[in-house]
Each structure stands twice: as structure tokens, then as C-alpha cells.
Design a protein around this ligand. Structure first.
Ligand SMILES: Nc1ncnc2c1ncn2[C@@H]1O[C@H](COP(=O)(O)OP(=O)(O)OP(=O)(O)O)[C@@H](O)[C@H]1O
Ligand SMILES: [Mg+2]
Length: 588
């Protein structure tokens, strides 16, 4: 037993209990109120006994006035206590759920990108919304219910034992029998609930995808197909829910029947005593009333146990994420990187998303402070992967990356990422104003700075033409903007960050040739004095680079200046030839 309890309190439920403990003050008053409610409950059979024995049998007129007055006072006290008990308990429950929700969100935000590659967005959302709310039910309904009922059971049991212990033993003989169905129902509920939550997460993931990607659903006329898929998932959820409904629906009558058995036993046993004259009618009736009142909370224990089991399943799902270890670990004594142009060195770097497929193989590169390095090569070659390792979105599988001679894994993540401004391959904006999107990560930026960044990224002209200018909302993920507009805002955002390492992954790919040339000039000005990684498919945009590195199937196959590589007539020369002949075909 003690081992069981130690485990219990070290485990996830234990953590939850410790959170409950943080609200001792309110909890204490709630328990006091609960005891008062239970005490008034116990007082009911006591009053009944006096009504029967003093008013009806002894015809005591003084009692006839006193007892109704007592009942009014009793119910007034009971009502007040009920209010405080319910309010305070819910308060504690909701507060813990809020803290749990925040802990979950904080944890998810801190998890590395590799975690998001594996988990579905919708399913993560379901953990924060749905699973946490099941934990809430467990804390604010079941736990408080169990506490209240336990107090009530103790009180009522005490009362019936004090009245007639023999009869009391007869009344509680069914309790051990009730133990088996309670645990069995609980076990099943826990299993079914886990299945239900998984099905719910699956449904949420499906919803997220088909709503976010609705344009494609419409474009390919897949509405009927998606409706069918949804109906299937919905039916799946229904099936999982019905399994729980079955257990819940069964648990109530089974417990009821056991209660009935107990009552029948009391009537038979107590009836004998009344007939033989060893018991008064009043005592016997109050005994029956107490027993009836007692069976109610006992019966509810099964229901609460079901809710608790369901809550434990949800707690497991929530803590699975909270305790998820991050594979991007910060060093014990992280070093802060000073500002300034940095040297970035790749030493025999290899990387694999999945163990069986190496995406980067033995990359060796030394990028001088302030050097502009262009990465080119066939699609899927590993260019984006390569630059994702620099801010530690992912960690090398082998080898290391050094910044000014220091392994990036020894640096503080925060300071490392502060050194890097990045324009990612997919432009991602948030549903906020243009201004706040440009100032993302740099909240202290002045309006003048924001406008300067917008001008440098050639975004200023189109922004001022919006009806609300810099206050225009860009829509979810920037959906209200054109591809080129989005890209220019992303560039402005990176420019405003003003970091010594610049990563541009196809930053100008959505622009027309004219805008591209303009933005290109702005970027070139900006690259001065910064260590820059530029990825581009359009080779004409990287000619100016200090060095061009050709990546193919995860390896560096060639490197040098534009002129040198052309002279070698190798991979780069071939890429250029294919592109220029394509451009010729268009112009000719
Ligand atoms: N999150 C991921 N999980 C597993 N594999 C991935 C992931 N992202 C990319 N890959 C794989 O890694 C390889 C390299 O992808 P990467 O995005 O680095 O290529 P790229 O050179 O940037 O291509 P592109 O020029 O088309 O952008 C591809 O084969 C791709 O399928
Ligand atoms: Mg890429």
C-alpha cells in the first residue's frame, strides 16, 4: 500500500494533486463547507426521527413549532454551504485546468520542429481543448464529488451505527459486493476513453487539414469525398462514445440494484425487530431514511470513479506532451554569442530525418564572416535542410557546426537565434496588422524603422495603397495577400531583425522579374558585412555571390565563384545551360 501511494504521488496524477495542493486556502474552506453540507444531510434522518416520535407518537405541541423552524434554519445553512462548496471547488478546478493548459502550450512551444513534423496540428489542438477539459471534469466534478460523498458516507454510516449497530452491519453487507462492479466499470471506461480521445484527436486533425486546405478540396471537386471521410470519422467517434455510454448506463442500474438489495435486507431484518418490539417505528424509519441517503453517495462513487478513470486517461495524454523530452537540448552552461559578423563552419555534417535515409552527407564548408554563400542544386537536394541546422531547428546527426569556432550546441538557443534573420521558403505571416507582422520579434521597433524595412523590401508602395495602410490585417497566415506581397513582408521582417547571419531560402521566388531585380538590389546592399546564405533556383540571382555551392543528393558536388564554375563546365555549368536555354525559349 505505501509503495502504491508513493508511486501515485510521484506519477502524473501526483503532479496534478500537487497542483491542487497549491490552492490549500480555498480548498480548506471548500472542505469546511462540504462538511457542513454533509452534516445537514445527516441531520435529515435525525429530524425525521423526532417528527415521528415526538410529534406523531408523543403529540408534543412545543416540538410541533420548534421542528419546522429548525428545518428552515437547517436548509438555510445547507444552501449557503452548498454555494461556497460548489463555487470554491469549481474555482480550484478551473484554475488548475488553466495552469495545465498553459503548461501544455508552453511545452509545445518549446518543443523542436522535429516534434511538429511528427504530430498533427489538429491533434495537438485537441489536446489543449478537448483532453484538458476532461481533466477539468475529473478535478472539479469527480474529485469534489468524491470528497463530498466520502464525508457524507462517513457521517451517515456513523449515524446508522449509533442507532442500531446490528442493523447497520446488515445494511452495509452489500458494500463489498459493490466493489467489484465499481472497479470493473472504471477499468473499462479508462480504456474506452483513451480510444475516444484518440478518435477525437484524429477528427480534429482532419478538420484542420480540410478547412485550411479547403481551396484544394474545391479545386479538385473533392467535397463529397471529404464529407464521406468525415462521416466515417464521425461514426468512429460515435462508436467509441457508445462504448462509454454502455458502461455508464449499465453502472447506474447495477449499483441501484445492489442498493435495493441492501434496503430489502434492512426492511426484512428491521421489520422483525419492530414486530418483536425491540425497535421503535421512529428509529426504524429514520434508519431506513439514513440508509436510503447513504446508498445515493455510494452509488455515485461508481459514477465518479468512471469520470476519474476517464480523467486519468486524459491526464496521461496531456502529460505525454508535457514530459516529452526535447531532442534539441540546451547546454548546461550555455554561452551567449556576442553580436558581430560570424564565421560559420560545417565540419563533416550529416543529417537524417529518419534513420534509414541520410539527407545531408559529410558537408564541409567554412563560411568567412561577411561572406555571401549561394546554395544551388536540384530540388530535394537538401538545401533547406542544410540551412535549418544553423538555427538548430534540427540538430546534426553527425559532425558539427561551429560559429566563430564554438559548437552551436554549446551556445544558448536564444542568443544563437538572435544572431540569425531568416526568410523561409514558405512565406508565413500571422493574422495581425502589416506593421505587427514586420515588427514580429522586434516589438520595440519604431514606425520609422518599420517603414524603412518595408521600403528596403519594396513593400512600402503596396502597403500604403491598402485602405488601412500598415494597419491592414493580413488574414490567417497572410491569406489576403498575393504571393509576392507576402514574400516582401517576410523580407521586411527579416531586414528589421538586423542580424549578423542572414538566411534567404528562395526569398524572391514569387516576384516578377522587375520586382525581383529591385528587391535583389536591396538585399545585396543588406548582405554587406553579414554572413549570408542564399538559396535560389533562378541562378541569375546568385551570380554576385562570393562563392556558389552546388548541392546534389545531400552532397557538395562543386564550389567556387560563378566565373570559375562556368569555366569548369561541370554541374553548375549544366544547370546554367538548362536555365538559359529555357529562358531563351521563352524570349524567342
Ligand atoms: N520534415 C521532413 N521529414 C522527412 N523528410 C524530409 C523533411 N523535410 C524534407 N525532407 C526530405 O529531405 C530531402 C531534402 O529536402 P530539402 O527541403 O532540404 O530540399 P531542398 O534542396 O530545399 O529542395 P527545394 O529546392 O525543392 O526546396 C527531400 O528528399 C525531402 O523529401
Ligand atoms: Mg528548399
Amino acid at each position: 500500500m505505501p509503495i502504491y501511494f508513493t508511486k501515485f504521488f510521484q506519477g502524473r496524477i501526483g503532479q496534478l494533486f500537487r497542483m491542487v495542493g497549491d490552492h490549500r486556502g480555498r480548498l480548506f474552506f471548500a472542505v469546511v463547507a462540504m462538511v457542513v453540507v454533509a452534516a445537514t444531510q445527516v441531520a435529515i434522518p435525525f429530524v425525521l426521527k423526532h417528527v415521528l416520535d415526538d410529534i406523531f407518537v408523543n403529540k408534543d405541541v412545543r416540538m410541533l413549532n420548534l421542528i419546522p423552524l429548525g428545518v428552515v434554519v437547517l436548509f438555510l445553512i445547507r444552501g449557503t454551504a452548498m454555494y461556497y462548496q460548489a463555487y470554491l471547488m469549481k474555482y480550484v478546478g478551473e484554475k488548475i485546468v488553466m495552469r495545465l493548459r498553459n503548461r501544455l502550450y508552453d511545452r509545445i512551444q518549446d518543443l523542436p520542429l522535429s516534434f511538429f513534423y511528427k504530430e498533427k496540428t489538429g491533434s495537438l489542438m485537441a489536446r489543449i481543448t478537448h483532453d484538458v477539459s476532461i481533466v477539468r471534469e475529473m478535478i472539479s466534478d469527480a474529485m469534489t464529488g468524491v470528497l463530498k460523498d466520502a464525508v457524507m458516507i462517513l457521517g451517515l454510516a456513523g449515524y446508522i451505527y449509533s442507532q442500531d449497530w446490528k442493523l447497520a452491519i446488515a445494511a452495509t453487507v452489500v458494500l463489498p459486493i459493490a466493489f467489484y462492479p465499481i472497479t470493473e466499470f472504471g477499468r473499462r471506461i479508462r480504456r474506452y476513453s483513451t480510444g475516444y480521445q484518440a478518435a477525437m484527436a484524429d477528427l480534429s486533425a482532419f478538420l484542420y487539414e480540410t478547412f485550411a486546405g479547403n481551396k484544394i478540396v474545391k479545386a479538385f471537386g473533392m467535397e463529397a469525398w471529404e464529407k464521406k471521410r468525415f462521416a466515417q470519422k464521425s461514426a468512429d467517434l460515435f462508436r467509441h462514445q457508445m462504448k462509454q455510454v454502455f458502461v455508464r448506463a449499465l453502472s447506474s442500474p447495477v449499483m441501484d440494484f445492489l442498493g435495493g438489495l441492501g434496503i430489502a435486507f434492512i426492511i426484512w431484518f428491521g421489520g422483525h425487530q419492530v414486530i418483536s418490539g425491540t425497535q421503535t417505528v421512529g428509529t426504524f424509519t429514520s434508519f431506513i431514511a439514513a440508509a436510503l441517503l447513504l446508498y445515493d453517495p455510494v452509488r455515485r462513487l461508481s459514477k465518479f470513479n468512471n469520470t476519474i478513470q476517464q480523467g486519468m486517461a486524459a491526464t496521461d495524454r496531456v502529460f505525454d506532451i508535457i514530459e516529452h523530452s526535447s531532442d534539441i537540448k540546451q547546454a548546461d552552461h550555455p554561452i551567449s554569442v556576442p553580436d558581430g559578423p560570424h564565421r560559420v563552419t560545417f565540419e563533416n555534417v550529416s543529417f537524417a530525418y529518419d534513420a534509414d535515409e541520410t539527407v545531408l552527407k559529410d558537408i564541409r564548408m567554412d563560411v568567412r564572416p561577411g561572406e555571401i554563400l549561394a546554395l544551388v542544386g536540384a530540388s530535394g537536394g537538401g538545401k533547406t535542410t542544410l540551412v535549418n541546422i544553423i538555427p538548430r531547428f534540427i540538430d546534426v546527426t553527425q559532425g558539427k557546426i561551429l560559429i566563430d569556432g564554438m559548437d552551436i550546441r554549446r551556445l544558448s538557443l536564444d542568443s544563437l537565434r538572435r544572431q540569425i534573420a531568416i526568410v523561409t521558403q514558405e512565406p508565413i505571416l500571422f493574422n495581425d496588422s502589416v506593421r505587427n507582422n514586420i515588427a514580429y520579434g522586434n516589438q520595440a521597433a519604431s514606425d520609422a524603422e518599420i517603414e524603412a524595412a518595408a521600403k528596403a523590401a519594396y513593400a512600402h508602395d503596396f502597403v500604403v495603397n491598402f485602405p488601412d495602410g500598415f494597419n491592414t490585417l493580413v488574414g490567417e497566415l497572410g491569406e489576403r495577400l498575393s504571393g509576392g506581397e507576402k514574400q516582401r513582408l517576410c523580407i521586411a521582417r527579416a531586414l528589421l531583425k538586423d542580424a549578423p547571419i542572414l538566411i534567404l531560402d528562395e526569398a524572391t521566388s514569387s516576384l516578377d522579374s522587375e520586382s525581383e531585380q529591385l528587391v535583389q538590389k536591396a538585399l545585396e546592399n543588406l548582405m554587406h558585412g553579414r554572413t549570408t546564405f542564399v538559396i535560389a533556383h533562378r541562378l541569375s540571382t546568385v551570380r554576385y555571390a562570393d562563392r556558389i555551392v552546388v548541392i546534389d543528393a545531400g552532397r557538395i558536388v562543386e564550389e567556387g565563384t560563378h566565373q570559375k564554375l562556368l569555366g569548369r563546365q561541370g554541374a553548375y555549368y549544366n544547370l546554367c545551360r538548362i536555365q538559359s536555354s529555357r529562358d531563351m525559349a521563352i524570349s524567342g
